[in-house]
Design a protein around this ligand. Sequence first.
Ligand code: FAD
Length: 403
Amino acid sequence: MVIGIIGAGASGMAAALAAAEEPANRVIIMERQARVGKKLSATGNGRCNLTNIHSDKMGYHGQDPEFVRPAMKAFDVQATMDWFLSLGLYTVVEDWGRVYPYSDQANSVVDVLRYALEKPNIQLLTGFEVQKVKKTEQGFRVEGMEDTVFCDKLIVACGGLAGTKLGGSMSGYKLLRSFGHKCTKLRPSLVQLKSSWPLCASLKGVRAQCKAEIFRDGVLHSWSDGELQFTEYGLSGPVIFEVSRDACQGGGDWVCRLDFLPGKEESWLRAQLLRRRETHWKAEDLLTGILHNRLGRVIVQSVGISGYVPIAQLEDEEIAAVCAAVKGFEVNLTEPMGMDSAQVTAGGIVTEEFDPATMESRIVPGLYACGEVLDIDGDCGGYNLQWAWSSGRAAGLHAGGKL
Ligand SMILES: Cc1cc2nc3c(=O)[nH]c(=O)nc-3n(C[C@H](O)[C@H](O)[C@H](O)COP(=O)(O)OP(=O)(O)OC[C@H]3O[C@@H](n4cnc5c(N)ncnc54)[C@H](O)[C@@H]3O)c2cc1C
């Protein structure tokens, strides 16, 4: 049997290796870029957070998040780590259950997959951008700019629209829609959020541990804790990615409230700051040694205290105002950054049109889809790649007739 796979990203490579486990199968992967796994090599800030040990307990979104369950059960986190070890990749578990290659290099993940694809029954066609797909009597006709591939089964593993500079595109959605599949609204997720707060830019590059709560018209939309990073345009970092899904969508006033000392009560902070009245320090140093210097100064300034006043001269109310700002600093939000900056696409091809155990289309027999092109997106921390591995493997095994 000939199995065609469109896309040699995370899910496409997992599908190819699964389909090729049956030696009688011939697997043809078509990849429009010059090399495989281009996006994969940029994941996790170049370290590739390839799974999360908590992803079996969910952390997925879409119209039907339960859709992920059968594939994730059949190829769970442990099976994924064992599979990577069998390919030659040694992994480590870090904070929050995040799994990385021990080498700390995303390229190691791409390398072991690339080497594994070097099998007699796998043919890799790079620089092959699929333009059109058609169902034939025997199977599928897959047209590139110059060549045409015929296959019995076809797996669409084109990824989503997020990370456009790394290969994200509308291609997979268009190809699947040409078979009659429907697509939900696409939005950026795991993305930076923009703010018009003028002091944001002055904090560019500052990182802080915090609890972030997002409010729409005063109603809590989402919250998380972890690392925040200020950027020229607004807020970034894992804690913001976690709360970014659907933030600033659909109108209303959006605000991010930041608690820069989530592990401490306001009374503890007040006691520390009141003791500083015995020093010769200036107000701009009120939070020195507790928060990043630049952040501390901006917080003091934000409650209207001049940085040059000696701390000894500050009123109780002024110190209380600084404490309140540290525990609940509000930054307005305007919009998410675009798809080019997003790590994942929220929305995609409607999952109820696919069998969750096999990833086969319920509209076109012999057609499969896996990975981000489907209406599934995961939390920050390795969830999206785990979905790519699990769904890719399910599609490959079933298209390849191994199950
Ligand atoms: C900067 C960044 C960092 C990220 N970090 C993490 C992380 O640390 N952990 C995590 O879990 N997730 C992370 N993600 C998300 C994760 O990379 C994706 O969810 C995952 O790669 C999706 O896998 P996929 O196989 O569906 O798509 P992709 O990996 O995007 O692969 C799709 C492939 O299909 C090819 N293709 C598309 N259209 C065609 C066509 N018409 N013809 C031929 N080929 C085509 C593309 O060139 C691409 O190679 C990150 C994403 C980005 C952008």
